[in-house]
Design a protein around this ligand. Structure first.
Ligand SMILES: [Zn+2]
Length: 152
C-alpha cells in the first residue's frame, strides 16, 4: 500500500492553551457526532475514499474536542471541516479548520445547507460563517495536539 507524506513535516502540536483532559473529549465525542451527524457522515465517506488512496487518519485534540484529521493533498483536502473530520493539506490551516466545528455547532444538522447557501450567495471569504470562523481563530488561544503522533 502506498502511503503519502506531506512535503513538510507536521509538528505534533500547536503552541497555545492545552486541550482539556482526554476523558472529557472522549465523553463529548458521541454528543458532537450526533449533533453534527450529516456533516460527520459526509466527512467519514470522504475519509474512506482517501483511506483507499493510502492516506491515514490521525486523532487530534483541540480544547474539549477530539477530531479525525486526514493529512491529504489534492481535491477535497486543502482545508475542509466536516463535523469531526478535518481534511488539511498543511498544518498551518489546521487551527482554522478546527474552529469551523465550533462555529458550525449552532447550525447542527442544517450546517451543510446553510453554509452551502452562504457560499453561493456571498462566496467563501465573505460568508458569515467563514468570517466568524476567522475571527474565532484569531481570538482563541487554544493550541491543538495529536493523540499518539501523526501516522506518517
Ligand atoms: Zn474556513
Amino acid at each position: 500500500m502506498v502511503t503519502h507524506r506531506s512535503a513538510k513535516a507536521w509538528p505534533p502540536r500547536l503552541e497555545g492553551r492545552a486541550p482539556l483532559p482526554l476523558p472529557i473529549a472522549v465523553l463529548l465525542l458521541p454528543v458532537i457526532v450526533a449533533w453534527t451527524l450529516p456533516q460527520t457522515l459526509a466527512g467519514v465517506a470522504i475519509a474512506l475514499l482517501r483511506l483507499g488512496e493510502g492516506y491515514r487518519p490521525s486523532l487530534c485534540r483541540f480544547g474539549p474536542f477530539l477530531f479525525v484529521v486526514i493529512r491529504a493533498r489534492g481535491p477535497l483536502s486543502a482545508g475542509i471541516s466536516l463535523g469531526v473530520v478535518v481534511f488539511a493539506q498543511t498544518h498551518e490551516i489546521l487551527k482554522h479548520e478546527l474552529c469551523h466545528l465550533i462555529t458550525g455547532l449552532w447550525l447542527s444538522w442544517s450546517y451543510l445547507a446553510v453554509y452551502g447557501l452562504e457560499y453561493l450567495l456571498a462566496g467563501h471569504d465573505r460568508s458569515p460563517h467563514e468570517r466568524v470562523t476567522c475571527w474565532l481563530e484569531r481570538r482563541l488561544s487554544w493550541g491543538w495536539s495529536v493523540v499518539g503522533g501523526w501516522s506518517s
